[in-house]
Design a protein around this ligand. Structure first.
Ligand SMILES: Nc1ncnc2c1ncn2[C@@H]1O[C@H](COP(=O)(O)OP(=O)(O)OP(=O)(O)O)[C@@H](O)[C@H]1O
Length: 301
């Protein structure tokens, strides 16, 4: 009872207005507790990275937020509401990992995006002009208009991701969960997706993005949640995404290099093809690396 009141107070505050979780524990049917006592909060109009090693509980947290699994303990609020209420109001969208989708299923790109409108339609799911307009707008926003009549299975990995993002846009949800949106995506598409996420943030939406692409987290995520069976740390990326916390979350996969002629220790976290570089204890974003390569940034020497 007290816990429920606390979560409602947190969800009513600006700090937790986007998403709030308190003491969330998820135990699967086989008895495995994948998430224990997880707590965090996210304001509106933010992009939050969810980072942790394989099996750390990222997808489990998504399932709890989507109402697919019921926490054994704890509470979640989305936009100040219990999960079930936010789902009923069509306020939450999920962009899945590629592996979760049966690509042999014969369905056109525009039909996938129209699925985002189902919650806005009546029982017979007969699309109205407004639904068609929403689908068109969403496809245009992800640069996929020319592919609307294609079978989804025929698209590249990056194009499929953009179609699922368009489905979330057509749904017009305020909370968008993205499960590893950059896997199998080239750098240009990644940059397009990041630009779109920033636009959605500026519209006041809340995004939670699980990613192994650590190098791009400081570039586009305002906040970070580090997870390893529980929430190890959460807060602004500036305050949270640092060497000490990353070592806690990634321990075994953190590599240290001491480059010849350079007295600054270089840490490389190589959880993915795009590693995160930590130089002299400072996280280097891709922007700052690029500026340095052009000779314009603060030189550590
Ligand atoms: N349906 C399930 N039943 C039992 N255990 C599960 C189930 N789904 C996941 N797990 C276990 O729960 C833990 C967390 O899994 P989860 O899929 O949430 O990790 P993740 O952080 O999303 O991993 P990845 O980065 O590999 O996607 C793992 O130990 C996993 O084996």
């Amino acid at each position: 009872m007290t816990l429920s009141t606390d979560i409602d107070a947190l969800a009513a505050s600006a700090e937790g207005a986007g998403m709030a979780a308190m003491g969330v524990t998820v135990t699967y049917r086989n008895g495995h507790t994948a998430l224990h006592d997880a707590s965090f909060h996210i304001p509106l109009g933010t992009i939050t990275a969810l980072v942790g090693v394989n099996g750390s509980g990222k997808s489990t947290l998504f399932k709890a937020i989507m109402g697919f699994v019921r926490p054994a303990a704890g509470h979640i609020r989305l936009l100040g509401m219990p999960v079930s209420k936010a789902l009923r109001q069509n306020l939450v969208a999920y962009v899945p990992q590629a592996e979760e989708v049966d690509w042999n299923f014969p369905v056109l790109v525009e039909d996938v995006v129209m699925m985002g409108r189902y919650g806005h339609m009546g029982l017979l799911r007969r699309p109205k002009a407004a639904d068609h307009r929403a689908v068109e707008r969403a496809l245009a926003r992800v640069n996929m208009t020319g592919f609307r009549q294609r079978q989804i299975g025929e698209l590249s990995g990056g194009q499929k991701k953009r179609v699922f993002l368009a489905r979330a846009l057509a749904q017009d949800s305020r909370v968008i969960l993205l499960d590893e949106p950059f896997t199998g995506v080239d750098v240009t598409t990644e940059e397009q997706i990041i630009a779109l996420l920033k636009e959605l943030r500026d519209e006041g939406r809340v995004m939670l993005v699980s990613t192994h692409n650590l190098g791009s987290v400081p570039e586009f995520c305002d906040r970070t949640i580090l997870i390893k069976g529980t929430v190890l740390a959460h807060g602004t990326t500036e305050a949270t995404f640092n060497q000490a916390n990353l070592e806690l979350a990634f321990g075994g996969v953190l590599r240290h290099f001491m480059l010849t002629g350079n007295m600054v220790p270089i840490g490389v976290i190589s959880d993915d093809e795009r590693p995160l570089i930590i130089e002299g204890g400072r996280v280097q974003s891709r922007d700052s690396q690029a500026r340095r390569e052009e000779g314009g940034d603060d030189d550590p020497a």
